[in-house]
Design a protein around this ligand. Sequence first.
Ligand code: C5P
Length: 218
Amino acid sequence: MTVPVLTIDGPSGAGKGTVSRAVAAKLGWHYLDSGALYRALALAAQKQAINLQDQTSLAEVAQTMSLEFICASQVSVMLDGEEITRQLGLESTGNAASIVAALPAVRQALLQKQKDFKRLPGLVADGRDMGTVVFPEARTKVFLTASAIKRAERRYKQLKEKGIDANLTLLAKEIEDRDRRDSERKIAPLAMAADAIFIDSSDMTQDAVIQEVLSLIR
Ligand code: C5P
């Protein structure tokens, strides 16, 4: 039986995580936060003092690391038995993730782990290359974006809510740098799949985006 897959790709801070989680919960489907895999790898590398350019060692860690998503009222993430949920959400972890994510051997090592999330009754997959590389066969593909300033503002609010200190100007600059690195890399760059539906959420409420995505599935 074919497993239905909905992919939601887009730049950082576009609201993909919130929208994907809400849509997955509504449909009763599994959820893949592919960015968490790259973030966890960056953390594992930092813990083991591995250089973020050391492709061979990073690919090895990517293959051997044990990553567990525990879904209760909130998702907790365990890396090799240690809870890393808070560290995973840090901006510095996202930036380190985007450095390791540019390495072909790392992407290759994480490919099968991501594909394994595809299980019945369905999957919502959130990332940068879900519709283009990991699940090109997906039935429904969305490219979700928002203006850079709106994304920086949302990220600022999210971090503040989590009690993490943030600076809006610095965040905007980091988002711009990350967009550039993710879009210009040679392998699996952030790009809209030819058969994806484009949604600009700059002037939409989160709920409106969720409803629009759900209407595409139904
Ligand atoms: O989505 P998130 O901010 O958690 O992703 C962190 C970084 O991981 C991104 O900036 C990107 O470089 C990388 N990433 C990727 N491909 C994905 C998901 C994330 O390259 N499918």
